[in-house]
Every structure is written in C-alpha cells, then in structure tokens.
Design a protein around this ligand. Structure first.
Ligand code: DC
Length: 234
C-alpha cells in the first residue's frame, strides 16, 4: 500500500435527494477502504421512531428527547449500510414514502440536528470516513480534507428514486419529482444547517454520468488531497 493510501482523510459528500450520493459514497469508501456513513439514514431512523411514537414533527423538545435516547448504529452490509436502532435492524423500513414525506420536518428540528451532528463527528474522529448528507461540508465536518457537492437535474433524481421505491407504492414519476423538489426546498430553506454547497466544495453534476465515473473522480481527488497533505507535512 502506498503512503497516500495508508494516510487517511475525511471526505464529505453533500447534495440534494437522489443525486446518487449514497451509491457513489459507498463506492468511494470501498475503493479507499474507508468507512461509509449515510447520515440521511440516521435522520430517517429518527423519523421512523417519531412516526411510531405518534409525536408531532413540530415538537422539538419531545422529538429531541426521543432522538437523544435512541441508540443508532450503522453497520456495513453486503448491498447497503445497515441501520440498527436500539438493537433492532430497521434498514428495510427507512425508504418508505411515509418516511420520505416526513423526514425533512424531523431533520429541521434543532434538537435532532445537534444530536445527529454529535454522533456523526464522533464517527469521523479517527478519519478515513466518507460521509454523505446535506450539511457535512458546511457544518458537521467543516475541516474535511475533501468536500464534494453532488447534484443532478430534478428529473434524473426523481427517476433514480423511482427505481428505489416499491412498485406497489402507487406514486407516479411526476408526483415523485414534485415531492423531491419540495423536499429540496425544505432542506434548503431550513434555518439550521440547510442544504448548501460549502465554498470550498467541488461541484459534480452527475446527470448522464455513471456511478463508476463519478466515484473514480472523487477517489482521484481524495488521493491527490492526501498527497498534498503528506507533501506539506514533509
Ligand atoms: O439522503 P436522504 O434522502 O436519505 O436524506 C433524508 C433526509 O434527511 C433529507 O430530506 C434531508 C435530511 N438530511 C439532513 O437534513 N442532513 C443530513 N446530513 C442528511 C440528511
């Protein structure tokens, strides 16, 4: 293993829903032998518990206490990352339309964001993490050595999410595009840590590009960033 492969940095990948962040981030992590952290899944896990408990997504204090008491563990799985909440695997429950429709309301609560950011920073302490989300480069890991803002047109993003959904879900591609655009609006306009490209993030538009191409570009940037740091330290 070369020096630039054994020295580890943190990589932040932010962007709107369906831009391909998780697929790309997982590939980048695999190529560099880093740990992949899907922060959206953490907000989805909290949302699942909020819906199960019957709490209002407006109730910052109660939802915050619930989030603080949850033991959220991310584990590597064969296909995707597994999410365990209080020892139970909830992975397959996190991509439902009901969660999609509520998660932005839970994710805008200050109490929830504080708790999630704290857990996420802890996961990145040892470096060697590829973390995807909305506020990783701007807020959670502002010192990440490589920041990427990954986007694609709303139509392409809706098509990608459409393929992820259960065909029985009963939603058309047009409806999904409207819902994605609305979720982007909520994520961009929220007061705390909104979806935003960090000034020092590199922009990638993944429209019409393959996952492999985009992931390879990020891997090369990661290796280049590592070489620069090593050269500066010498
Ligand atoms: O990436 P995703 O679609 O699984 O994210 C689900 C929701 O969680 C998304 O609407 C915004 C929110 N989110 C967030 O606010 N901050 C993050 N770091 C990650 C996700």
């Amino acid at each position: 293993m070369s020096e630039s492969q054994s020295y580890r940095i943190n990589i932040a990948i932010d962007g709107p829903a369906g831009a391909g962040k998780s697929t790309v981030a997982r590939k980048v992590a695999r190529a560099l032998q880093y740990i992949y952290v899907d922060t959206g899944a953490m907000y989805r896990a909290v949302t699942l518990k909020v819906l199960e408990s019957g709490l209002s997504t407006e109730d910052d204090i109660s939802v915050g206490s619930l989030a603080n008491a949850l033991d959220i563990v991310l584990l590597p799985g064969a296909e995707s990352q597994l999410v365990h909440v209080n020892g139970v695997d909830v992975t397959t429950q996190l991509r439902s339309l009901e969660i999609n429709r509520n998660v932005s309301y839970v994710a805008r609560l200050g109490s929830v964001r504080t708790r999630m950011a704290e857990l996420q920073r802890r996961m990145a302490l040892e470096k060697g993490v590829v973390m995807d989300g909305r506020d990783i480069g701007t807020h959670v890991l502002p010192d990440a050595e490589l920041k990427v803002f990954l986007t694609a047109t709303p139509k392409e993003r809706a098509q990608r999410r459409f393929l992820e959904l259960d065909p029985e879900a009963g939603i058309t591609l047009d409806q999904l595009e409207k819902e994605i655009t609305e979720r982007d609006r909520l994520d961009q306009e929220r007061e705390i840590a909104p979806l935003l490209q960090a000034p020092d993030a590199r922009l990638i538009d993944s429209t019409g590009r393959t996952v492999d191409e985009v992931a390879e570009e990020i891997v090369q940037w990661g290796l280049a960033a590592t070489r620069t740091i090593l050269a500066e330290e010498k």
